[in-house]
Design a protein around this ligand. Sequence first.
Ligand code: CU
Length: 468
Amino acid sequence: MTQRRMFLSGAALLGAAGVSRAALAGLPEISSDPGPVTAAPLAPSAGRPYRPVVTLNGWSLPFRMNRGVKEFHLVAEAVQREIAPGMSASLWGYNGSSPGPTIEVVEGDRLRIFVTNRLPEATALHWHGQRLPNGMDGVAGLTQPAIAPGKTFVYEFEARRPGCFMYHPHADEMVQMAMGMMGLWITHPKQPARTPGYAEVDRDFCFLLNAFDIEPGAAVPKVNTMLDFNLWCWNSRAFPGIDPLVVRRGDRVRIRIGNLTMTNHPIHLHGHEFTVTGTDGGSTPPASRWPEVTTDIAVGQMRAIEFIADAPGDWALHCHKSHHTMNAMGHSVPTMIGVDQKPVLARIRQLVPDYMAMGEQGMAEMAEMEMPLPENTLPMMTGSGPYGGVAMGGMFSVLKVRDGLARDDYKDPGWYQPPPGSVAREWTGAAAPALRQPAAAGGADATASPGTAPAWRARKPDAGHHGH
Ligand SMILES: [Cu+2]
């Protein structure tokens, strides 16, 4: 009875929107990318109710109801995606964006998904993690013929299991995923209160981990790269292009993260403990959960983490592989820490006037250098905070916990204003004890006077190891 009433109200809404019977016989209208901003959550226009998710730097695909069936239209096509201000990539995606729009449905929904191929090669769409008839699984050649360029295919199945899922091509996968073809899929439970292990939350974020290898100055990813990617992204954005996750203090927060890169990513949250409450296999049994501050997300996996955001502040949320919080860099640059380059610098500058000696004291100085970059390239590490350079890139964002936000307010509140006296500060008392030399052969520490250089020893780079 309830269901019937909801379908009727859905039909009434559609009537108001002026969708005629003739229009319903044709393909659903194509919705297109609103840009690389985090779109406001898309409240359902019809069908069963649910609390929508927030796709970081992304959006959810509108649908229409057609005689009780929820219909979506995905268009596989070439897209232009700004990775961060200053760099744009030529990718493949869906409906104008990479990743494609998030699809949100409710457990028990009958679905019809139209997939139009506007790529120069065949594709197919796989619904990662779903229970569905074998012929709807989207593996080209195995469960269906590939969708040729210019053709539209129809997928029909019921959303049987609530949880977080992904969609991606299962045709020329290496190329199509390296080009950015992927999207998120959320199946909301029909009866949230009666779904084991599931809790309603105040803020429900989602994003995909993806990676590209784009030569500095170029725009098209190198599709044959297996490990040495240079752009580590969330939803095809790299820091400082990734929006903050804005939450109200005390909110119960869920973050759903899927990994469609070629390596694992230990995702780390500062200032809070969370539990892993879901995988792409569904909600985890509550008795199986333990607190974490980092969770590793393997290739092809999804994880839903939950926590109470009870600590106000600007808390880093990032991949803990330090190379993944950087943008394009040269991995074959030798380590120069402790090497005095001054004697040779003047001689190099006679040949290359702009030459800069780098890395003697670490690489953070690179974040502040005003080096001319090739066009369409991001600095290796960048971004500034209220106290200076953040020196980050790639898979990094900020969880902003604030008092007194409105329920659906996701606007960036600016930088956190900490209570007076609660920020790490410079010690102004007596000077620190003198620098200590490494232990001598006899085992005793020699103490040097301040300013004396320690016994650094430069080591030649290992020529044989370039992957990581
Ligand atoms: Cu990572």
